[in-house]
Design a protein around this ligand. Structure first.
Ligand code: NAD
Length: 493
C-alpha cells in the first residue's frame, strides 16, 4: 500500500484537525485488516474526549468566518473536490477494496454515488434560497432566509466508507457550517485518503475535519455543547442510542438504522430478469448493504419456476478477492461478522427452512485467510422465522410464497423495518397498490435495489430511521440550516 499522509510511518491512522494531520491521544484502538487476505494494513488509535473537544472548538472558530463567506466562494473548493475525486477514483476504489473487501466494480459505483452528492452541493446557491413576498401586509415585505448553524458531526458505518461520508459532508459545508466526520473504525483508510484530497481542494482550516475513533469518541461528540447536530448511519440499536442521546443533549439528529428488505415477485413479472436482480440485490457487496433485498416474497403460481432461476443465477456467481475483476462477491468485513452470518445459516436450518444452496463450504484459492461466504439460499421460509425477520448482512436469500400481491404487501408491512422494497411485475395496478400501501421509505418497481440519486432524499422508515429529515438532497439543506423571517417596512419619508 502506498504511504498516505493520513497514516503515520509507524502505521497509525491519523485524524485531520485544523488543517493538520494529528495522532489521536486515546489509549484504545484497533487494527485495520484486509478482509480478503487477513493482512494488517494499519492501526487506528481512537480519539478521546480531549481530541473531540479540540476538533469541535476548531470547527466552531472556523465557522465564524466560513459562515459569512459568500456562497459562491464556499462552493469553489467543492468543485475542486469533485475533480480531485474523479481524478483519483480508481486509486480510491482499490484502497476501498483493500480495506473493505467488496469488488472493484462495487467500489467504483459507490464512489460515483458519493461524487454525485458533491455535484448536488455545488448547486447550493439555488437550493439554499427561501421564499419572499412583496406586500405581505400593508407596506410590508417579508422574506424567509436560511442560515447555517455551527458544527455538525457525522458518524458513519463500515459498509460504504467512500460514499456515506459524502451523503453529509458536501451539504454541511456548502451551506456554511463546519463539519467533523467520525468514520467507521473498521475501514478508516478511504476516509483518510478522502481528507487528503479535501486538504488539496483548499477548504479553510477547521471547516472540514476528520476524527477517528470508536464508541467513546462518538459519545464524547454527543455530549459536547459545541456540536449543533449529528448525522448517523449504522445499526438500529446504535441509531436509537444516537437519536435519544443527541436529542437529550439538545442537538438536531438524523439516525439511519439497519434493515430487512423484501422483493415481491408477481405472476406477471419477467421472472428471469427478476431472478437476476434478486441475486444481485441480496448478494452484491457480500450482502452487506442496508438496501439488500434478502427476502423474496413470491406469488405461488410462479414460485417453483422462480426458485430454479434464482438458483441458476446464484450458482453463476464468482466469489473471490475484490481486486480480481471477475469477482462477483467479495469478502465479508471481519471473521467475527462471517461467523455471525454462519450462525444465521445454522439457525435457518434449525428453524426448518430448506437449504437450497449452501455457501459455507467455499474455498477461494490463494486467499485461505479471507472472510468468504458463497450465496446461500433458503426455500420454504415462513415469515415468523428469524432468518426472515432479522438483518443478516451476508449473502443469504430467503424465499417465501404468498397467494396474492395483497398478502405480500402485508408481509412487508409487518416488518419492524422499512428501509427498502422492490416489486417485480408486469401490472400497473399492482405497482400502484405497492406504491400506495407499502410502509417503506425506498420503493422500487422492476428495480433490484432502490438506491435514490443524490438529488433525492434517501428514504427509510420505521426502525430503519429515527428523525424526520433524511440524508441527501433537499432534506440536507433543511437539516443543516434554520430559517429566519425578515419583516420590513420602509415608509416614505
Ligand atoms: P454500527 O452501528 O456498528 O457502527 C456505525 C458507527 O457507529 C461506527 O462509526 C461506530 O464507531 C459507531 N458505533 C458503534 N457502536 C456504537 C455505540 N454503542 N455508541 C456510539 N457509537 C457507536 O454499524 P456498522 O456495522 O458499521 O454498519 C452496518 C449497519 O449499518 C447495518 O445495520 C446497516 O443496515 C446499517 N446501514 C444503514 C444504512 C441506511 O441508510 N439506513 C446505510 C448503511 C448501513
Amino acid at each position: 500500500m502506498t504511504q498516505l499522509a493520513a497514516v503515520s510511518e509507524a502505521g497509525d491512522v491519523r485524524s485531520y484537525v485544523g488543517g493538520e494531520w494529528r495522532e489521536a491521544t486515546g489509549d484504545d484502538g484497533r487494527d485495520v485488516i484486509n478482509p480478503a487476505t487477513g493482512e494488517r494494513l494499519a492501526y487506528v488509535p481512537f480519539s478521546d474526549a480531549d481530541d473531540v473537544d479540540a476538533a469541535v472548538r476548531t470547527g466552531r472558530e472556523a465557522f465564524e468566518d466560513w459562515s459569512q463567506r459568500p456562497v459562491e466562494e464556499r462552493i469553489q473548493p467543492m468543485f475542486r473536490l469533485k475533480t480531485l475525486l474523479e481524478e483519483h477514483q480508481e486509486e480510491l476504489a482499490e484502497l476501498l477494496v483493500t480495506e473493505h473487501g467488496k469488488t472493484l466494480a462495487e467500489a467504483r459505483g459507490e464512489l460515483r454515488r458519493g461524487i454525485e452528492n458533491v455535484e448536488v452541493a455545488c448547486g447550493i446557491p439555488s437550493m439554499m434560497q427561501s421564499g419572499s413576498l412583496l406586500n405581505a401586509a400593508p407596506d410590508i415585505d417579508e422574506s424567509a432566509v436560511r442560515k447555517p448553524l455551527g458544527v455538525f458531526v457525522a458518524v458513519t458505518p463500515f459498509n460504504f466508507p467512500g460514499m456515506i461520508p459524502l451523503w453529509f459532508l458536501p451539504y454541511a459545508v456548502a451551506t456554511g457550517n463546519s463539519f467533523v466526520l467520525k468514520p467507521s473504525e473498521q475501514d478508516p483508510l478511504v476516509a483518510g485518503r478522502l481528507f487528503e484530497l479535501i486538504d488539496e481542494a483548499g477548504f479553510p482550516e477547521g471547516v472540514v475535519q476528520l476524527v477517528n475513533g470508536g464508541v467513546d469518541t462518538v459519545n464524547a461528540f454527543l455530549e459536547h455543547d459545541g456540536v449543533e447536530g449529528v448525522s448517523f448511519v449504522g445499526s438500529t440499536p446504535v441509531a436509537k442510542h444516537i437519536y435519544e442521546t443527541a436529542a437529550a443533549n439538545g442537538k438536531r439528529v438524523q439516525a439511519q438504522g439497519g434493515a430487512k428488505n423484501h422483493i415481491i415477485v408477481t405472476e406477471t413479472a419477467d421472472l428471469e430478469y427478476a431472478a437476476e436482480k434478486t441475486i444481485s440485490s441480496a448478494c452484491a457487496c457480500a450482502g452487506e448493504r442496508c438496501l439488500a433485498n434478502d427476502v423474496a416474497v413470491v406469488e405461488e403460481g410462479v414460485y417453483d419456476e422462480f426458485v430454479d432461476l434464482v438458483l441458476e443465477e446464484a450458482r453463476a456467481q464468482t466469489v473471490g478477492y475484490g481486486l480480481d475483476e471477475d469477482t462477483d462477491i467479495g469478502a465479508l468485513i471481519t471473521p467475527e461478522h462471517e461467523q455471525n452470518v454462519r450462525n444465521y445459516i445454522e439457525l435457518g436450518v434449525n428453524e426448518g427452512a430448506e437449504l437450497l444452496l449452501d455457501g459455507r463450504d467455499i474455498d477461494v484459492e490463494g486467499y485461505e485467510d479471507g472472510n468468504f461466504l458463497g450465496p446461500t439460499i433458503f426455500g420454504d421460509v415462513t415469515t415468523d422465522m428469524v432468518i426472515a425477520r432479522e438483518e443478516i448482512f451476508g449473502p443469504v436469500l430467503a424465499l417465501t410464497t404468498v397467494e396474492s400481491v395483497d398478502d405480500a404487501i402485508d408481509v412487508l408491512n409487518r416488518s419492524e423495518f422499512g428501509n427498502a422494497a422492490s416489486l417485480f411485475t408486469g401490472s400497473g395496478a399492482d405497482a400502484r397498490k405497492f406504491r400506495h400501501r407499502t410502509d417503506v421509505g425506498n420503493l422500487g418497481v422492476n428495480v433490484g435495489t432502490s438506491a435514490p440519486m443524490a438529488f433525492f432524499h434517501f428514504g427509510g422508515w420505521k426502525d430503519s430511521f429515527f428523525g424526520d429529515l433524511h440524508a441527501q438532497g433537499e432534506d440536507m439543506i433543511q437539516f443543516y440550516t434554520d430559517k429566519a423571517i425578515y419583516i420590513e417596512r420602509w415608509p416614505d419619508a
